[in-house]
Write a new protein. Structure first.
Lengths: 101, 191
């Protein structure tokens, strides 16, 4: 059985859905970050698959930039998370309702 | 044949690992499962012939990102179970399915319109790493440099946010100044 582009796109979609479920049901901010990483990885799989099946390198380039963005997002986000934890002693999402949203 | 076996094996493993990551109540289990999932993702890149991307995936994600998470988790109390309040389950599932269908639509729209052509086609007789280098340092040089500056900004931001009193170096102070800092600390503890 031949593995085509659709197989990879379906896999990418499944992984993206898992990440979305994680983003929506997690209340702990660290867990929320994990779910974000899953989302970015799911998209990367799609990029690499399209890059392979169309013989085009643009997909791989975008995957590199996505990895770079994920790394910088993580550095800033974790720094902010540490500041919040020092100040409030918790990283629960429900405590961040100072604007009563 | 082998490609199909590898694809299905790694697809099953990746989905299982990521599912564990989003459902477990233990932060450490989530971290380990996420690291395993990242490594399994890199297997897809190797199957797809994107060797350099697979190597970068392993180095950056499981090497750097996971290590950073592990260090970050030292600040937080991860031994206790993560208590979470769950809202309406149907809304969550419905929105996830909707978003997933939209992603399929986004990806399949250019495939259905079959006049898609390779923008930077694969170069004959060059390895994957060589091709990546050729395209990255000619066509994508400016985004590459911008990404480098972005990483630098993120690094500075991370240090500034996480590092407290970084402007103070104990080795550059004389004895009286260090004593003054100690007294200040003791005063805070006593009061």
């Amino acid at each position: 059985m031949e593995i085509g582009l659709n197989h990879y796109l379906v896999l990418s979609t499944i992984l993206f859905a898992i990440g979305l479920i994680g983003v929506m049901r997690r209340k702990n901010l660290l867990m929320l970050f994990f779910a974000t990483e899953i989302l970015l990885n799911a998209v990367n799989v799609g990029f690499a698959a399209i890059s392979h099946y169309y013989g085009d390198l643009t997909g791989q380039m975008f995957a590199f930039f996505v990895i770079a963005i994920a790394a910088s997002e993580l550095a800033v986000g974790l720094g902010l998370l540490i500041v919040w934890h020092k100040r409030h002693g918790t990283i629960d999402l429900d405590t961040m309702t100072s604007m009563r949203g | 044949m082998f490609e199909a076996v590898a694809f299905y094996l790694f697809a099953f493993l990746t989905i299982t690992m990521f599912w564990i990551t989003v459902t477990t109540a233990q932060a450490l289990y989530a971290l380990s499962a996420l690291a395993a999932g990242m490594i399994f993702i890199s297997a897809f890149f190797f199957i797809l012939g994107a060797d350099f991307l697979g190597a970068v995936q392993i180095i950056v994600y499981t090497g750097a990102v996971m290590a950073l998470y592990a260090f970050g988790m030292m600040f937080f109390d991860t031994t206790r179970e993560v208590k979470e309040k769950h809202g309406n389950k149907y809304i969550v599932v419905g929105l996830s399915v909707l978003a997933a269908v939209m992603i399929v639509a986004i990806f399949s729209a250019p495939i259905i319109s079959t006049n898609m052509q390779a923008f930077y086609p694969v170069i004959e007789g060059a390895g994957n790493t060589q091709m990546v280098g050729l395209v990255l340092f000619t066509k994508y040089l400016v985004p590459f440099e911008v990404a480098a500056i972005m990483l630098l900004v993120a690094m500075v931001a991370g240090i500034v946010l996480a590092g407290k009193k970084m402007d103070l170096s104990l080795t550059l102070l004389n004895a009286q100044e260090i004593q003054a800092i100690e007294d200040e600390k003791n005063k805070k503890v006593l009061s």
